[in-house]
Design a protein around this ligand. Structure first.
Ligand code: PMP
Ligand code: GLU
Length: 431
């Protein structure tokens, strides 16, 4: 029998996520022997919390499915952790555990037949593709360098005036500390956002996955101001250095328990079933607000603050528009001051900028258009994670936390990041 090729003419428009694609591309170039500065992919450089690694080892043979919502013990710990770390009110029944927070964001969006999804620009690469996959309408909330890339209440109200249909629910995806900008909202900014969202009955997914990596340890959750309609998401990928373990959590408002939470659990049960049991057991160890966890976090923050500041200062000194980061591990350099020179060099888009930069210098950045910026806006994301996190933690622990990182240690630990940043600034200077 002749096998006829299947007609693949009705596929969805969805390319591989830019973050994951760039990671693979940089790896391929590296294999060819060229030195690559992997500032493109946002993966934590730190090893997972040792107590969690031990628990994962001990429970490696655990093989059962768990309840869809997650182990009760884990949910209770996650709730208590959010109370202790962020002062939120949360109980086990409000917590949903999943294989990564990415699928939780998708599950929350999937709870609606139709929705308008408000997404700031810039914002993390996957929110808009997820909304589109579900047939929702993504609506961009404009921000600017001058406003520290923050979504203001006015810009949110403006996006709401552009709704596809006044009758469909509005979802806002907010993220702080921010990917790609490394910046947070102040308490008064959050309060103002809460007011506008309340007025327009907006449900917010507050992606606070970098919350524990606020460099000063001063993260404030939107749920502190808008508890009734804020879903807080997070997980082990960033603060616990375990992206590949795939464990995410969502804390739902008490007010959304019932029809809404049952819809989420229904979708979860028809798609991913549950997060892996051994990883949930490991997460039980991680989600404890004890001195080991606090110490682990304090050292990560100190390291990230140090390397974030030196990298950002290097770029600002070279004339790039950039804010000093306050959390997470990203910078969002805006090369607009170099626009004339870049145009003369034939570079008219953030894609072209990143391609040329990678080819000329080996520095991998992720172009601004992946984050929803206009393609001709000459901006990109730099992830300052190109260092040995285990070594950096060990050095940080040898020093007292109240002592600054000394220059000699810093020089050894962060040489590659400094060198890559220098290549970038030298490239700009030769344009
Ligand atoms: N939100 C943001 C802002 C991120 O940077 C990431 C990174 N992967 C995620 C969500 C998803 O994380 P995960 O699925 O690993 O929990
Ligand atoms: N969050 C990471 C980033 O923004 C990568 C992981 C992912 O996209 O799932 O680079």
């Amino acid at each position: 029998m002749d096998v006829q090729p299947m007609q693949m003419n009705n596929l969805r428009q969805v390319a591989k996520s830019q973050t994951l694609l760039l990671n693979e591309q940089s790896r391929n170039i590296e294999v060819s022997g060229r030195e690559i500065f992997k500032f493109g992919f946002g993966q934590s450089p730190f090893p997972p919390l040792p107590a969690a690694v031990d628990a994962l080892r001990v429970h490696a043979a655990a093989k059962d499915y768990t309840p869809v919502q997650g182990l009760l013990d884990l949910r209770a710990r996650v709730a208590a952790f959010h109370v202790d770390a962020f002062g939120l009110r949360a109980r086990a029944e409000q917590v949903l555990v999943a294989p990564g927070s990415k699928i939780l964001l998708y599950t929350v969006m999937a709870a609606f037949e139709r929705a308008d999804v408000l997404i700031p620009a810039p914002a993390w690469v996957s929110y808009a593709p997820q909304a589109k996959l579900l047939g929702h309408t993504p609506i961009r909330v404009a921000t600017s360098f001058e406003q520290r890339w923050r979504a203001t209440p006015e810009a949110i109200a403006d996006a709401l005036r552009r709704k596809s249909d006044a009758g469909v629910p509005s979802l806002l995806v907010l993220n702080h500390p921010g990917n790609p900008d490394g910046l947070s909202y102040t308490s008064s900014e959050l309060e103002a956002i809460a007011r506008v969202c309340n007025r327009h009955e907006v449900l917010v997914i507050s992606d606070e996955i970098y919350g524990l990596l606020d460099h000063r340890g001063e993260h404030v959750s939107l749920a502190a101001y808008y508890p009734e309609r804020t879903i807080v998401t997070g997980g082990l990928s960033k603060w616990c250095g375990a992206g590949g373990w795939r464990l995410g959590v969502a804390v739902l408002p008490h007010e959304l328990l019932g029809d809404f939470s049952e819809t989420l659990v229904g979708i979860a049960s028809e798609t991913y079933s549950c997060a892996p049991l051994p990883v949930q057991m490991a997460a039980c160890e991680a989600y404890q607000w004890n001195s080991a966890t606090r110490d682990y976090l304090a050292h990560q923050r100190r390291v990230l603050d140090h390397i974030g500041q030196i990298t950002a200062r290097q770029l600002i000194k070279a004339g790039v528009n950039l804010h000093l980061p306050t959390g997470g591990f990203y910078l969002f350099p805006d090369f607009t001051p170099f626009a004339d020179r870049l145009h003369r060099a034939g570079i008219h888009s953030s894609q072209a900028l990143c391609e040329r930069l990678l080819a000329d210098t080996g520095v991998a950045l992720l172009p601004g258009d992946a984050f929803g910026m206009a393609p001709d806006h000459l901006c990109a994301r730099l992830a300052y994670v190109e260092f040995d996190g285990a070594h950096a933690l060990a050095v940080s622990r040898e020093l007292r936390l109240d002592r600054p990182f000394d220059d000699a240690a810093s020089h050894v630990l962060f040489a590659k990041t400094v060198r890559g940043t220098l290549r970038l600034t030298q490239w700009l200077a030769t344009l």
